[in-house]
Design a protein around this ligand. Structure first.
Ligand code: ZN
Ligand code: ZN
Length: 172
């Protein structure tokens, strides 16, 4: 969704207050895309600072669905996004930081801005529960749901090959 910034930049410098839907369906990141669900609308306030500089602030809440780092089952991660940024509209590229590309000419791209804000708040670690037992490294069994018959699930599978070789050697 694009917001026209001409009111803010006009001589009256009229602030913009808008309530918009968050149109993004998923976060496109390595290992993704990760669905975004339970999205609130985006509250956004834009006002003039000086010259062609504006301040953009706002908030929204959403839930990201991210696989557990250990067992890969989907985890719903609620996120509260709130932001305040300054941007120069129609300025030379040198004046704007690299992340100001959510300003497109005299329009503000709400989804692009939100993408950066969600990225900033993105969890570095996601677990379905603190004591998630993860998957068996040999057979892939989800150890939260049950045990498997593998001798030593913590053992590196390459090690078990060596161990078997050793066993055979002894038998000879
Ligand atoms: Zn887990
Ligand atoms: Zn196993």
């Amino acid at each position: 969704m694009l917001l026209n910034l001409s009111d803010v930049l006009s001589e009256q410098h009229k602030p913009i207050d808008a309530v918009l839907p968050l149109e993004m369906e998923a976060m496109k990141l390595p290992g993704g895309p990760f669905p975004l669900v339970e999205k609130s609308s985006v509250q956004i306030h834009i006002e003039h600072v000086k010259g062609k500089e504006i301040s953009v602030s706002g908030s929204c809440s959403l839930t990201a669905v991210i696989p557990c780092d250990r067992c890969l089952s989907p985890v719903k991660v609620p996120m509260e996004i709130s932001f305040e940024r300054h941007a120069v509209v129609g300025g030379e590229t040198a004046e704007t930081d690299e992340e100001s590309d959510y300003i497109d000419g005299y329009h503000l791209d709400v989804d692009k801005l939100l993408y950066y804000e969600i990225l900033i708040g993105w969890p570095t670690k996601t677990l379905c529960r603190e004591d998630c037992k993860g998957l068996c490294s040999v057979c892939g069994q989800n150890l939260n749901e049950g045990t498997c018959d593998c001798e030593d699930p913590g053992l590196d599978p390459r090690m078990s090959v060596i161990r078997d070789l050793f066993k055979n050697f002894k038998e000879v």
